[in-house]
Design a protein around this ligand. Structure first.
Ligand SMILES: [Zn+2]
Length: 305
């Protein structure tokens, strides 16, 4: 079982979030995967970061959300991620369960639309590694906000984890990407989000650790529309029961993490894979959720308080 994650940033830290300042010299945050079942790719991540830095020497940088020149991310676009995470599972039809249970709770920082959509696409698929700090800060903030709810959910469920007790940590599980997608990006953006969310939970007193438990087989998803990606992802896999070495997942409390919620097919597949091993999936966090096509979606918003 991986050890718990120590927070790298206090929620009370008054300093600006990384990457949100006005300084053109944005910091590059290469991903150092924390894995339970896989290896690290530090060289690939370093090369990707170096390539992005070199690109910015010859290509003027601009805010991916609005096009403002000479700034990595303008304050207005960065501010789109500042809100408290909101429940969005009712807008994802593929999360519906056939057994009558309520859909898996999913919290999102913001709607996947407008400038934020362009920011997420730039970060994930267009090489804007320098935005990692901003997205990770949003996940960390969400971890702090969600911690009381996670603690309460563990307390009233059958999950084995005892948040804050020093016993089994809540497992923060990133939605998987294909090996081809990892090679194309040279990094694992969702794993980075999972690590940040776990750090936020830890900062708020809930023991949590990021663990890459799921794998995906299928087509390269890089550059594919998010809705199409969700529709095609049907082969999420978890370690086979009894596979050694590794912790038992029976009764383990898990939180899923993904970048975007569209139809919910991805998270539903992840939930099935984990529940197949006996884990208790408490819910999921995503950076952004696709708004429903109809009007009046605000009626479904439920604040976590
Ligand atoms: Zn902007």
């Amino acid at each position: 079982m991986p050890s718990s994650v120590q927070p790298s940033r206090s929620p009370d830290d008054p300093s600006p979030r990384p990457g949100t300042g006005r300084d053109r010299r944005v910091s590059v945050t290469p991903v150092t995967p924390v894995t339970a079942a896989g290896g690290t790719r530090p060289l690939v991540a370093a090369l990707a970061g170096a390539a992005a830095s070199l690109t910015r020497l010859v290509v003027p940088i601009e805010c991916p959300g609005c096009g403002m020149r000479d700034i990595a991310l303008c304050p207005a676009c960065a501010g789109l991620l500042d809100g408290a995470p909101i429940r969005r599972e009712r807008d994802a039809p593929r999360l519906d369960r056939l057994d009558g249970r309520a859909p898996l709770p999913v919290w999102a920082c913001a709607p996947y639309a407008g400038p934020l959509r362009d920011v997420v696409v730039a970060w994930k698929d267009k090489g804007r590694v320098d935005l990692t700090g901003v997205l990770d800060a949003a996940a960390h903030h969400a971890g702090v906000i969600l911690a009381p709810g996670v603690r309460a959910a563990v307390g009233r469920g059958e999950a084995r984890a005892c948040a804050g007790s020093g016993r089994d940590p809540v497992l923060v599980v990133p939605a998987p990407s294909t090996a081809a997608a990892r090679r194309a990006r040279g990094r694992e953006p969702v794993l980075s989000l999972a690590r940040a969310l776990a750090q936020g939970l830890c900062a708020a007193g809930v023991e949590a650790t990021p663990v890459r438990l799921l794998t995906q087989r299928g087509h390269d998803q890089v550059g594919r529309g998010s809705r199409g990606r969700g529709e095609r992802l049907t082969t999420v896999r978890a370690p086979r029961r009894g596979a050694a070495p590794g912790p038992s997942l029976a009764g383990a409390a898990c939180l899923l993490v993904d970048d975007v919620l569209t139809t919910g097919a991805t998270l539903a597949a992840c939930e099935r894979a984990l529940e197949g091993l006996g884990a208790h999936v408490l819910g999921a966090f995503v950076v952004a959720a696709t708004p429903p096509p109809r009007q009046g979606s605000a009626a479904h918003e439920v604040h976590l308080t």
